[in-house]
Design a protein around this ligand. Structure first.
Ligand code: FES
Length: 260
């Protein structure tokens, strides 16, 4: 979970707790007010200093009524410690369930606002192609973090095994960074001009084609296209797998390996 999501989650928890506690407090206040207003009031008799009524007529000694003892229902008695603890537990449990639900929805709901799993705009295709080929003719991929992809140049003619698979667009390939063996991130090695997995030593040429190691196939690639502005669009939700090839389309290695 990213830092932004953590901050958002904490904010949701605090706001939810405050809202529930506020509602409880308001309800308790209303209950007390309605009970207080509904109580009968006692009538006081004003007397003269001698004890007679102000009308001057002596009356019989006042009858002393026994005090009325009323046992209030629990909901009319303020917030006891037990009730407070019950409410706190209810709020905590409700907040936990709400947060759990939000996290589950965030995980399951398709991410349509960009990022890995969606169509990622990698920028102008011609600019990308120019960046991948150095003046001396060597290759350096352009890494697109949002797509977890290396953009590498494709050979002049699209190799037969990629025809009709929409993986070459604007003269480049989009190669997934994930090793096809056990999923390690495969970094680029400039000296050999290929991808070398640091976990178990699988190696691939600049097009991601399998060369050696325990990987069962070449590096995966994504469906790619060029939009109306000439930008490369990498469809990271559509992975294309390619098997090991009997003959590589790009010579490899070009120099010393980075991983022994
Ligand atoms: S994960 Fe790359 S070779 Fe094993």
């Amino acid at each position: 979970m990213s830092t932004g999501q953590l901050v958002l989650s904490a904010g949701v928890i605090v706001l939810t707790a405050a809202a529930v506690l506020g509602a409880q407090t308001i309800r308790a206040g209303r209950t007390f007010a309605s009970w207080h207003v509904g109580r009968p009031t006692t009538t006081s008799h004003r007397r003269t200093p001698t004890g007679a009524h102000s009308t001057g007529v002596r009356s019989a000694p006042p009858t002393v009524k026994p005090p009325i003892v009323t046992t209030l229902p629990p909901e009319r008695v303020g917030v006891t410690r037990r009730r407070f603890l019950n409410r706190a537990l209810t709020v905590a449990f409700g907040t936990f369930i709400a947060q759990l639900t939000m996290d589950a929805l965030a995980f399951l709901w398709p991410n349509l606002s960009g990022g890995f799993g969606t169509d990622v705009n990698a920028g102008n295709a011609q600019d990308l192609l120019d960046q991948t080929i150095n003046p001396d003719g060597s290759v350096t991929p352009v890494f697109i973090p949002e797509a977890r992809t290396y953009v590498v140049p494709a050979p002049g003619a699209t190799p037969l095994q990629y025809v009709g698979k929409d993986v070459v667009a604007g003269g480049v390939f989009a190669v997934y960074q994930r090793c096809t063996h056990l999923g390690c991130r495969v970094p680029w090695c400039q000296t050999s001009e290929g991808f070398e997995c640091p976990c178990h030593g699988s190696k691939f040429n600049s097009m991601g084609e399998y060369y050696t190691g325990p990987a069962p196939r070449s590096l995966d690639r994504f469906v790619a296209s060029i939009d109306g502005n000439g930008d490369l669009v990498i469809k990271t939700g559509q992975i294309i797998q390619t098997p090991r090839l009997s003959r590589l389309n790009v010579g490899y290695p070009r120099g010393p390996f980075c991983v022994g």
